[in-house]
Design a protein around this ligand. Structure first.
Ligand SMILES: [Fe+2]
Length: 185
């Protein structure tokens, strides 16, 4: 019997230079029996240890209204994806949350992140925190409670690496919902 080849789904492959990061994230993300929070901590440690340089993640990006993106790697088994985000000075995301956990690190420039809580009646957002992240800073979150907005608050291009607990080669985006609501301080 002649085996029939099954066409492989098109999955972005990491460049060789990202293999160390991919291997470390795979080990952290595939650890069985852990909570999402534990997974975020493990993946954050992996990203800190293998944070790429800006040159390692340069290349063609998909331009959007708030930032450019480039999918660097999608795990063949689907539990995580690695994406580079490119920001011009002043570019800002809409306020949003995510379908899955996320770990991110800044490799160039400076990013300002604002956190929000949805009011009990769902009519407005309440600021709940903010942080300025510079090169080398790595942090993460696991939904729920991850409503946020990110802005390039510097005067030059910014680049950050985001690792999401979802298969972006299939779903395209990690955003769960956008919040076009007033912010009440
Ligand atoms: Fe986000």
């Amino acid at each position: 019997m002649v085996p029939v080849a099954t066409p492989a789904r098109s999955v972005p492959r990491a460049a060789d230079r990202l293999d160390g990061l991919v291997t470390a994230v795979r080990a952290a993300a595939r650890c069985p029996g852990q909570t999402d929070r534990q997974m975020v901590d493990g993946v954050a440690s992996a990203l800190r240890a293998h944070l790429p340089s800006p040159e390692m993640v340069s290349g063609p990006a998909v331009s959007g209204p708030d930032k450019g993106t480039r999918l660097l790697y999608a795990d063949p088994d689907g539990p995580f994806s690695i994406q580079a985000l490119y920001w011009r000075p002043g570019q800002t995301t809409r306020i949003h949350d995510h379908v899955a956990w996320c770990v991110f690190g800044v490799v160039r420039g400076v990013e300002y992140e604002e956190l929000f809580q949805l009011s009990g009646d769902g009519t407005h957002l309440i600021p709940s925190g903010a942080s300025t992240n510079v090169v080398g800073d790595v942090s993460g979150f696991a939904p729920p409670g991850d409503i946020h907005r990110v802005r390039n608050s510097g005067t030059s291009k910014a680049i950050s690496i985001h690792i999401y607990g979802t298969d972006l080669s299939r779903f395209g985006s990690s955003a769960r919902r956008f919040y076009d609501l007033p912010v009440v301080r």
